[in-house]
Design a protein around this ligand. Structure first.
Ligand code: FES
Ligand code: FES
Length: 180
C-alpha cells in the first residue's frame, strides 16, 4: 500500500510510511498554513504542540470548560472536540491573532482595566467568545453577553468583571466605532 492515497474532499489520506497522515490547508490568524497531521490529532494539540499557540488552553478536554475556545469561520468552537483534519479550508482565530504585547485588542485592554483577569486560564477563551459575539452583534445587551459566555467557565472571577469588561468595549465602540 506504500504511496497509495485516496482523496476525501480536499484532504489526502496516505498509507505506508505516511500512515494516517492528513494534509490540510487553512488560514490561521491571517496566515495561510499547510500542515500534515495524524488523522486522530485534535485541533487543540495541533495549535499548541505543533504551531506553538499556547494561548489555547486545555482544561477539561471534554467540551465542558471553554478554555480551548477558538473561532472557526466566525463561530466559536471547543478545539479539544475538533479534529485537526476537520479544519481544512477554514479560517481560524486564536488569542494570538487578536493583539500583541504592545498593541492589545480593545477586549484585552478592557479585561485588564476591569480586573477581569485573575489566574488568566479562562481568559483567552472568554475573549474569543466575546469577540465572536461582537463581530456578529456590535451592540449586545447584558443578557446576550452573558449567554455568549455560557460555554466558558471561570473558577476565579465570579463573571461580573468579565461581563463588565465586555460591556465597556460595547460602550467604547458605540462612542468610537474604530475601536471595535
Ligand atoms: S479543554 Fe476544551 S472545553 Fe475544556
Ligand atoms: S481568571 Fe482564573 S479561571 Fe478565570
Amino acid at each position: 500500500m506504500n504511496g497509495l492515497f485516496r482523496k476525501l474532499g480536499t484532504k489526502h489520506l496516505f498509507w505506508g510510511e505516511h500512515m494516517n497522515k492528513v494534509a490540510i490547508n487553512f488560514v490561521l490568524n491571517g496566515q495561510e498554513k499547510t500542515v500534515q497531521v495524524d488523522s486522530n490529532t485534535r485541533l487543540v494539540d495541533l495549535l499548541r504542540d505543533d504551531l506553538g499557540l499556547t494561548g489555547v488552553k486545555i482544561g477539561c478536554g471534554e467540551g465542558e470548560c471553554g478554555a480551548c475556545t477558538v473561532i472557526i469561520n466566525g463561530e466559536t468552537a471547543n478545539s479539544c472536540l475538533v479534529l485537526a483534519a476537520q479544519v481544512d479550508g477554514t479560517e481560524i482565530t486564536t488569542i494570538e491573532g487578536l493583539g500583541d504585547y504592545n498593541h492589545l485588542h480593545p477586549l484585552q485592554e478592557s479585561f485588564i482595566e476591569e480586573g477581569a483577569v485573575q489566574c488568566g486560564f479562562c481568559t483567552p477563551g472568554m475573549i474569543l467568545s466575546a469577540k465572536a459575539l461582537l463581530d456578529r452583534n456590535p451592540n449586545p445587551d447584558k443578557t446576550e453577553i452573558v449567554n455568549s459566555l455560557a460555554g466558558n467557565l471561570c473558577r476565579c472571577t465570579g463573571y461580573t468583571k468579565i461581563v463588565k469588561a465586555i460591556e465597556r468595549v460595547v460602550k467604547q465602540s458605540t462612542v468610537n466605532p474604530e475601536r471595535s
